[in-house]
Design a protein around this ligand. Structure first.
Ligand SMILES: Nc1ncnc2c1ncn2[C@@H]1O[C@H](COP(=O)(O)OP(=O)(O)OP(=O)(O)O)[C@@H](O)[C@H]1O
Ligand SMILES: [Mg+2]
Length: 272
């Protein structure tokens, strides 16, 4: 977490429009969303279920299933270059290396049949330039960095041998081992116990500070936003209804939907 940063944005989303063309109807999941995030900055995206948070996040790596997804408009610029116009091969080079994602459920993102260490090492192998031994060493140090005890032993284990919290740490290690400049975390702690959630969020904040990443954090939890984010985007029905500095938006919400959202979270007021 930093105060408002003057650095220029690394990821910019301009007027993004995402449709899902289904048999009977078209869902306009994202209807003209714009925001940007700079190195060292945490941008939170909040809003009720179905408001288009994940569809927006997945667009940054073109990970919405096509079909039914159609990118109906807008631009997603990574260092000024539009990701929506890249081919699959170039996106494959960008995913995990320049821009990484962490999802809610590590069980669906980890391969159950592969040892966790190789899954982390594979990210580096995929992007080339690392021998097997180098990738293994980097994966071990990534497991260590995310707080996995006894990484040598854990390296050889399979996902089902780990607790949910440890699995999420493995996902974070895999997301960060190639040192991406942007990390998008979509509800990264929702599946975890409250105490473990806390630890994982603290870990993300520490890693972000150490590596100066830009972080986009999608969450339902406004308490988490207040504690970890610099700026916040409030989404409602596919639109970004309010964007601003977290403290300003929480202290003086301008949009009626933001006000409703804050009113529904009394804990925040007592937390000050
Ligand atoms: N693969 C898909 N196929 C069809 N419709 C989809 C698909 N993915 C998302 N949608 C629709 O797009 C809209 C936005 O969904 P999205 O997953 O982005 O919401 P969200 O804000 O992430 O919600 P949640 O908080 O529940 O994760 C919803 O109406 C959803 O049903
Ligand atoms: Mg979602």
């Amino acid at each position: 977490m930093t105060s408002t940063t003057a650095a220029s944005p690394v990821l910019e989303i301009h007027d993004l429009r995402v449709d899902f063309r289904l048999a009977a109807t078209t869902v306009h999941a994202v209807r003209g969303v714009s925001f940007s995030v700079a190195p060292g900055e945490t941008l939170a995206v909040v809003g009720e279920s179905g408001s288009g948070k994940s569809a927006t996040a997945l667009s940054a790596l073109r990970l919405n299933p096509e079909p039914p997804c159609v990118y109906a408009g807008g631009h997603i610029l990574l260092d000024g270059k539009d990701l929506l116009t890249r081919g699959e091969r170039e996106l494959g080079r960008i995913r995990g290396a320049d821009l990484s994602m962490i999802f809610q459920d590590p069980m669906t993102s980890l391969d159950p049949l592969q040892r966790i260490g190789s899954q982390v090492a594979e990210v580096l192998r995929h992007h080339g330039g690392h021998s097997r031994a180098e990738a293994r060493a980097a994966a071990l140090s990534a497991l260590d960095e995310v707080g996995i005890p006894d990484p040598e032993r854990r390296y050889r284990q399979y996902p089902h041998e780990l607790s949910g919290g440890l699995r999420q740490r493995v996902m974070i290690a895999a997301a960060l081992v190639a040192r991406p400049r942007v990390l998008i975390a979509d509800e990264p702690t929702t599946a975890l116990d409250v105490t473990v959630q806390r630890q994982i969020l603290d870990l993300l904040v520490r890693l972000q500070q150490r590596h100066g990443m830009a972080v986009v954090l999608i969450t339902h939890d406004l308490g988490v936003v207040a504690e970890t984010a610099d700026r916040v985007v409030v989404m409602h029905r596919g639109e970004a209804v309010e964007t601003g500095d977290v403290h300003d938006v929480f202290a003086r919400p301008e949009d009626p939907y933001t006000r409703r959202l804050l009113d529904a979270t009394p804990r925040l007021e007592t937390a000050g």
